[in-house]
Design a protein around this ligand. Structure first.
Ligand code: AMP
Length: 302
């Protein structure tokens, strides 16, 4: 089943202890779409400026991502710059320039309107809701991400969007910030009252945790000797997770657990190199091999 995503398509500048890139294709929707494209047909809704490079458009096309919903406008693409700490666990945002996103009015191409799987990647919550409003009927699954930037600046808008969402996928500090609860299980209960029935907490090198009415399920992060750049790991996790579900069409407990593993697999590949580099050389056989490795990593007898 096709998977609809709205979110940022951006240029990023990234500094980590392993190096630096001045301007590379990034954005939450980009990482999501490239990761999900290994499992499902992806329809992308976003906006870019006239500085969007033809080579970057070719990257999306090559992954078979539908870009009819990628609007072009005079102006500059979303730009984000960040710097990571020595151990890669913390990052500071140096610059966020919304540019063409500042007055984006998303319009869904007709063929996107009956989407059954929808991912609202990180972008202004008002835009996320506007996209959802144009989807006809009730989608089978709506998931979304957000970040501190939107929790702080557009909290009321964010709360409104959350009412229409099944799965919220955010990192641990965002979970605590949104719920005003330190304990993640208590935070989940708090968030369920806002709308979502499932919370997926992305915890960087500590893996990810899913909480829903059935209880809690955890996956580790794949242990890597030399991670280089965590940018986009969360979006790649979401892409692997939602791509796997949309590709299979199911959303039962067993499928959700496998989706958590495929999310973690895609996230782990992304951090191996800067930007999208590793994802663009990735083969499906490597994804499945790493998923099998995950199974071994977590097996034990009692
Ligand atoms: P992640 O590392 O998964 O949190 O995602 C990093 C990506 O999010 C980068 O490629 C940025 O371009 C994008 N990004 C950063 N800040 C924002 C924001 N405020 N809204 C939307 N996308 C953002």
């Amino acid at each position: 089943m096709p998977l609809l995503v709205v979110g940022s398509v951006a240029y990023d500048a990234v500094e980590s202890p392993y190096g630096k890139v001045e301007r590379t294709l990034g954005g939450a929707a980009t990482y999501f779409a490239v990761s999900a494209s290994f499992f499902a047909h992806v329809n992308l809704v976003a906006i870019v400026g006239d500085d969007f490079h033809a080579g970057d458009e070719a990257i999306l096309r090559k992954r078979n991502i539908d870009i009819e919903g990628l609007e072009r406008r005079p102006g500059k693409c979303f730009f984000w710059a960040g710097r990571y700490s020595e151990n890669l666990n913390e990052r500071v945002t140096l610059t966020t320039e919304l540019n063409v996103f500042a007055d984006f009015k998303p319009r869904l191409p007709v063929k996107y309107q009956d989407s059954k799987f929808v991912f609202l990647a990180n972008i202004a919550p008002g835009l996320q809701r506007e996209v959802l409003r144009q989807v006809s009927g009730r989608p089978k699954l709506v998931a979304m991400d957000t970040m501190n930037y939107w929790i702080e600046r557009t909290n009321a808008e964010l709360r409104e969007t959350l009412k229409y969402v099944d799965i919220l996928m955010i990192n641990d500090s965002e979970t605590r910030q949104l719920s005003s609860e330190h304990n993640l299980l208590r935070a989940a209960k708090h968030i369920f009252k806002m709308g979502p029935s499932t919370l997926v907490v992305k915890r960087g090198e500590y893996g990810a945790m899913l909480v829903d009415q059935n209880g809690v399920f955890c996956v580790p992060a794949f242990p890597l000797e030399e991670p280089h750049d965590p940018t986009g790991a969360g979006d790649s996790f979401a892409g692997g997770f939602m791509g796997y579900l949309a590709g299979g069409g199911a959303k039962n407990d067993a499928a959700l657990r496998r989706a958590m593993v495929y999310g973690s697999v895609l996230g782990s590949f992304t951090v191996e190199r800067f930007g999208l580099e590793r994802l663009l050389s990735l083969r499906k056989s490597e994804i499945h091999a790493r998923a099998r490795h995950f199974s071994k990593l977590t097996q034990f007898k009692l």
